[in-house]
Design a protein around this ligand. Structure first.
Ligand SMILES: [Zn+2]
Length: 70
């Protein structure tokens, strides 16, 4: 916990809005959002959090696509 409290910015590449939510980075990877390397936690702004939520509705498809690649 805590990266949002420290005023983290959204970790999506090209976005410098204030972070609204922090998520486990592995949950953000594979959802179509391009995030810069930030360790275990990723901060998302309101807009990107919404995108992430939308993307996770298709999470099973995303997971399958990722496994297919290997
Ligand atoms: Zn953002």
């Amino acid at each position: 916990m805590g990266i949002i409290a420290k005023g983290a910015k959204c970790n999506v590449i090209g976005c410098d809005k204030d972070g609204l939510r922090s998520l486990t980075t592995s949950k953000v990877e594979g959802t179509g959002l391009s995030i810069s390397g930030v360790g275990k936690k990723t901060a998302l702004c309101k807009e990107h959090y919404k995108e992430w939520k939308k993307a996770t509705k298709d999470e099973r498809d995303v997971e399958r696509a990722r496994y297919d690649r290997f």
